[in-house]
Design a protein around this ligand. Structure first.
Ligand SMILES: [Zn+2]
Ligand SMILES: [Zn+2]
Length: 257
């Protein structure tokens, strides 16, 4: 696991926002995806349906990905996996094992989605390259020098949704995934170099499985993180962006850590 696509310059880790939009691709933003690169590994965190487009528009090669980490089994977060499989099958065979880490049922649901999308596709070909690893809340997965752990986010039930913490290249990246307000995130995110936090709404609070700006603004000082960036942005947030005092992600944003 040694990425040939490591960032140049002094910063050991770079994060490229592939998709900062909500499930509706509001304002034409791609759905969730983040590409994290260091000299040790290239990690794709979440794989929204526009995955291949958002990679290729930025000249990022799908074959460079060593590890895929999925926060939860909603289509805007893993619906791009069939296209990644298709890419590996026909356009850029990885010719090495790629690890796919995520909540329970990720493997069966991904292969089912692939089979529904491309019924004649021989899954055995792709099984050769993809190794799925289930990560449970409070468990840690180590892949080379990369460490991944997770807590459960209040977002789906009975499916398990995760907030994720990645340690790579001496940096810590925490990602809320989709989540309602979760007091546990305050401790989980502590000391992160980057905290990517969902903010789907500006003020609506009728959906308890997403967060809104007033919740995050009221708790901002409790998040002891070096940098906090709001993402998974819905139309309310974008319409009120001038009223928001926190940093917002955008597609193509590059964050050096
Ligand atoms: Zn979502
Ligand atoms: Zn979701």
């Amino acid at each position: 696991m040694n990425s040939s696509n490591a960032p140049s310059g002094a910063k050991p880790v770079s994060v490229t926002v592939l998709g900062s939009g909500d499930a509706f691709a509001t304002a034409g933003r791609s759905q969730s995806g983040y590409l994290i690169r260091s000299k040790d590994a290239c990690i794709l965190m979440d794989a929204g349906p526009d995955l291949l487009g958002s990679l290729k528009r930025k000249n990022l090669a799908p074959a460079d990905i060593d590890i895929v980490v999925i926060s939860h089994l909603h289509g805007d977060h893993y619906g791009g996996l069939p296209f990644l499989m298709l890419e590996y099958m026909y356009e850029s065979p990885p010719e090495r094992m790629i690890y796919v880490v995520g909540p329970r049922n990720l493997e069966s649901r991904s292969y089912r989605m692939m089979k529904l999308s491309y019924p004649r596709f021989d899954l055995d070909v792709i099984r050769h390259w993809l190794h799925f690893i289930e990560i449970a809340p409070h468990e840690e997965v180590r892949l080379g020098r990369v460490r991944i752990d997770a807590i459960r986010s209040p977002h789906t039930n009975p499916d398990v949704s995760l907030s994720l913490r990645l340690r790579i290249g001496g940096r810590t990246i925490v990602y809320s995934g989709d989540s309602g307000w979760n007091e546990g995130l305050v401790e989980f995110a502590r000391d992160a170099d980057l905290f990517l936090c969902e903010c789907t709404y500006f003020e609506s609070s009728h959906l308890e499985f997403h967060m809104n700006y007033p919740q995050l603004a009221a708790n901002r000082d409790r998040f002891k993180v070096k940098r906090m960036v709001l993402t998974h942005l819905g139309h309310e947030v974008l319409e009120h962006r001038r009223d928001i005092k926190m940093e917002l992600a955008h597609d193509g944003m590059k964050i050096d850590l």
